[in-house]
Design a protein around this ligand. Structure first.
Ligand SMILES: C[S@@+](CC[C@H](N)C(=O)[O-])C[C@H]1O[C@@H](n2cnc3c(N)ncnc32)[C@H](O)[C@@H]1O
Length: 366
């Protein structure tokens, strides 16, 4: 079912996955390390499926990316007396040996953080690390770059989402679910309805996987998930990102929109919009919009005008939970003001509007 990705140079899909990981880390680290107010003193980064560190052809894998992205933060780690810990795990013995070599410091290099490297099966490694993740004052980032689908089952997922100050990013081979839906080795881990799988086109299967994980979140729990679909060779893979904080999800979406400027969701044309660069619509003389953007804008306008989205906070949350950025919503608000459909006001379409005690502004349709 799987191929060893470290025997050849990383393919384009793997490079796209690693680019998302790097960009997200670049957004995440300053939130936890460079902020003026510090609410946590221990920052843990876990890479449970580390691989050897690189593909051996000059392309860095997740462990070396983490080391590189920590470099600009040394001063802050020292001056704020932060306790930063990096945990790497790789099951394959020879990759583990290569990993140890690849991450060992050059002579004379001093790093203001600790690195622990283990050679365990994920289940054992997660179990041993789980208790410390829950410690007060900890912020955690978990990266779970599994091969296949089986490691992030319901039990692991629910343990992770119940941790405080914890963001996670996991990788999943969504096409394996489509191809082997009925196979016990898949249905044991991912309990998707086989009819739903059957009627979902292959290239959209990762969206269904995202919905499955969303369905595992208890109804009264504030938790956000987003995904990015990746075509890699003949397979369809995806990243699922999770955070208990709306700022976490906004940062992940910023990364996704940086890579997919049309839909913020995939490294290919997931909705088959077939938009050509520089193409104009014959009838409107405008650049054609992806279906997903068109639908979002329609629903947002309707929600504002029929008052089901009555405030800037409601609009902000609607935008983020639909996989869009505040800039998308601001454009629609400006348009509605210009068309005299809503009263002009200073709306706060940022994560700050979700803080307790923040001023929430009502939207007044005219
Ligand atoms: C997709 S690769 C990870 C790639 C790595 N993050 C990188 O950037 O190069 C998955 C890795 O998980 C390792 N692995 C497979 N089964 C595992 C298990 N049960 N526990 C821990 N690691 C495992 C594989 O040897 C492989 O190196």
């Amino acid at each position: 079912m799987s191929r060893d990705i470290h025997k050849k140079p990383f393919d384009e899909g793997t490079k796209a996955k690693l680019a998302i990981f790097r960009d997200y880390l670049r957004e995440w680290l300053p939130v936890f390390i460079a902020k003026r107010e510090i609410y946590w003193n221990t920052i843990n980064i876990y890479d449970f499926f580390s691989g050897p560190g690189s593909d051996g052809f000059g392309n860095k894998g997740t462990p070396l990316i983490i080391l590189e992205e920590l470099n600009p933060h040394f001063d802050n780690i020292i001056s704020k007396k932060l306790n930063v810990n990096l945990y790497l795990n790789e099951y394959d013995q020879s990759k583990y040996e290569a990993l140890k070599k690849n991450v060992s410091p050059e002579k004379g290099d001093v790093r203001p953080y600790s690195i622990q490297i283990e050679n365990l099966d994920f289940k054992i490694s997660f179990k041993s690390k789980f208790p410390e993740m829950g410690n007060k004052g900890n912020a955690n980032l978990l990266f779970l770059d599994q091969t296949g689908v089986k490691h992030i089952n319901e039990e692991i997922f629910s343990k992770i989402i119940n941790l405080k100050q914890t963001d996670f990013l996991f990788f999943i081979s969504s096409s394996t679910i489509k191809r082997f839906a009925e196979h016990p080795s898949i249905s044991r881990y991912i309990k998707l309805n086989s009819e739903d799988i059957e009627k979902t086109p292959y290239h959209k299967i990762h969206r269904l996987v995202l919905e499955y994980y969303k369905s595992l979140i208890p109804q009264n729990k504030e938790y956000y998930l987003a995904s990015f679909s990746l075509k890699k060779n003949a397979g369809l893979y995806g990243l699922i990102f999770g955070s208990g904080h709306v700022l976490g999800i906004e940062k992940f979406l910023t990364t996704c929109w940086g890579i997919d400027k049309e839909r913020g969701e995939a490294n290919f044309d997931i909705d088959e919009d077939k938009i050509q660069k520089g193409q104009f619509d014959l009838f409107t003389n405008e650049v054609p919009k992806p279906k997903k953007v068109d639908l979002f804008e329609k629903e947002l306008k309707e929600g504002i005008l029929n008052k089901s989205l009555p405030s800037d906070k409601a609009i902000y949350l609607f935008t983020i939970t639909n996989g869009f950025l505040p800039s998308h919503a601001r454009k629609i608000i400006a348009q509605l003001i210009k068309e005299n459909k809503i009263q002009k006001s200073s709306f706060n379409l940022s994560t700050k509007v979700c803080k307790s005690g923040a001023l929430v502004t009502q939207v007044k349709p005219l």
